[in-house]
Design a binder for this molecule. Structure first.
Ligand SMILES: C[S@@+](CC[C@H](N)C(=O)[O-])C[C@H]1O[C@@H](n2cnc3c(N)ncnc32)[C@H](O)[C@@H]1O
Length: 255
């Protein structure tokens, strides 16, 4: 789901995935050796986004490096850190960061107009607790995020890759989740949301199958009620009015 990203969802119509690529989540530091969960496409940048990139990029966009990120140096304070994969245009990220000022947020997004859009919101709303990587989250995680360091991870409406032959591009697969969990502190959480039921089922199956995670849900279906801090997007609101579902999942790393 995305409000204003040009349909990034399932952008490949032919079966053009390189057969030599390994399953998602493997070879995190060797991007050519695995299937990517995204396709980078040039998008139109608004003038506000271009200006925000130029003016605020140097302060809020962190360079990708093959070394551990010093959170205190990046944010200028010590606080719990939440990592978001694929923030799209950043509307939810900005709202959550405003609602939770005592938490620092690292957002990864490969789509440049999305990075510009979030920077614009950061400037307009004077948000101090967000830093951005315009880079593949797999690689940021593997190279820069220390193990056991994250208070939480957000993955909202990841590309569902509807076609069966593209399902392997989905982010939420056992090898990637096993890797991701290692970077979460004991007791820290993973919060996922999707509006695509088959992907919700896959998420539930993958997270439930990870031996280091426990489901926080008390509901019979295993899904979580939407936590207060996650805002409804415009798109989601519209979908809900039309009777479409949205599924949240909140799991914790075992202490
Ligand atoms: C369907 S959009 C959802 C955006 C946003 N979370 C929302 O709820 O509107 C998924 C986003 O994830 C990004 N993405 C997918 N894989 C990624 C990766 N490995 N690293 C960084 N961003 C990624 C895509 O560029 C896309 O913008």
């Amino acid at each position: 789901m995305s409000d204003s990203i040009d349909s990034i969802d399932d952008p490949i119509d032919s079966d053009s995935i390189n057969a030599s690529e390994s399953p998602a989540g493997e070879g995190v530091n060797h991007p050519k050796a695995r299937i990517r969960s995204f396709v980078v496409r040039p998008g139109r940048m608004g003038t506000g986004q271009v200006r925000a990139l130029a003016e605020l990029g140097p302060r809020f966009v962190l360079p990708f490096k093959d070394e551990a990120l010093d959170y205190e140096a990046a944010f200028g304070r010590q606080a719990p850190v939440v990592f978001e994969i694929g923030f799209g245009m950043g509307a939810a990220t900005a709202q959550i960061a405003q609602a939770l000022p005592d938490i620092d947020f690292i957002g990864c997004e490969v789509h440049e107009p999305g990075v510009g859009a979030l920077l614009k919101l950061i400037g307009e709303q004077d948000i101090a607790n967000i830093r951005i990587f315009q880079h593949d989250a797999f690689e940021v995680l593997g190279a820069m995020i220390p193990k056991g360091s994250l208070a939480g991870v957000h993955i909202y409406f990841p590309d569902p890759w509807h076609k069966k032959r593209h399902n392997k591009r989905r982010l939420v697969q056992p090898p990637f989740i096993a890797k991701l969990v290692q970077h979460v502190a004991p007791g820290g959480y993973l919060h996922l949301a999707t509006d695509w039921e088959p992907y919700a089922q896959q998420m539930l199956e993958v997270l439930s199958g990870d031996p280091d995670l426990v489901n926080t849900s008390t509901r019979a279906d295993g899904y979580a009620d939407k936590p207060e801090y996650r805002p409804l997007t415009k798109f989601e609101n519209r979908g809900l009015k039309l009777g479409h579902g949205v599924w949240d999942l909140v799991f914790k790393r075992k202490a």
